[in-house]
Design a binder for this molecule. Structure first.
Ligand SMILES: [Zn+2]
Length: 164
């Protein structure tokens, strides 16, 4: 199933305004969970020490614009998007960990080999096998542990990738 790529209208965002997470979700017409994930994992800056979280409109605009940029630079199969470089980068050897997500995808977290920043990529569980190009960046321990659980997900999609 193909995930729809959403585009958001930056012009809806007011200047110099502070938004609650719920307000952002309303404004952009997406899930509160998605906006929370932006804050938690994708680098949307909130105003420090706010609970519930508050995001300033300037940060929200910057984030949406970055997101657009990001889509113009898709990761190669052996790369992960680095939040600090704002670009796809090769992970540092041994820095990657694999975390299976409840939705059947897996999240790969690693350290950028260029800047040492955090990188994060989710791929479908079905694409994840021991010989995946990103598997070579796993630390030994996590590679052993996770691959046992995930190898049986091999599917036709991966075979296509190998032929490229
Ligand atoms: Zn980086």
């Amino acid at each position: 199933m193909k995930k729809r790529k959403r585009t958001y209208n930056v012009r809806l965002i007011k200047d110099d305004y502070s938004y609650y997470i719920e307000q952002i979700a309303d404004l952009l017409g997406n899930d509160v969970a998605t906006v929370r994930r932006w804050v938690r994992e994708e680098g949307l800056e909130r105003i420090p020490n706010t609970r519930p979280h508050i995001v300033h409109s300037s940060k929200l605009k910057a984030f949406i614009n970055k997101q657009k940029e990001r889509r113009k630079k898709p990761c190669a199969i052996h790369e992960i998007f680095c939040l600090r470089c704002q670009s796809p980068r090769i992970p540092l050897a041994g820095s990657a960990t694999v975390i299976p997500l409840p939705n059947g995808c897996i999240s790969i977290k690693a350290i950028c080999s260029e800047c040492g920043g955090k990188m994060n990529r989710s791929i479908r569980g079905a694409e994840w096998i021991k010989s995946h190009p990103l598997a070579i960046y796993l630390s030994d321990a996590s590679g052993e542990h996770k691959s046992v659980q995930l190898t049986h997900h091999e599917c036709s999609l991966h075979k296509e990738e190998n032929n490229v």
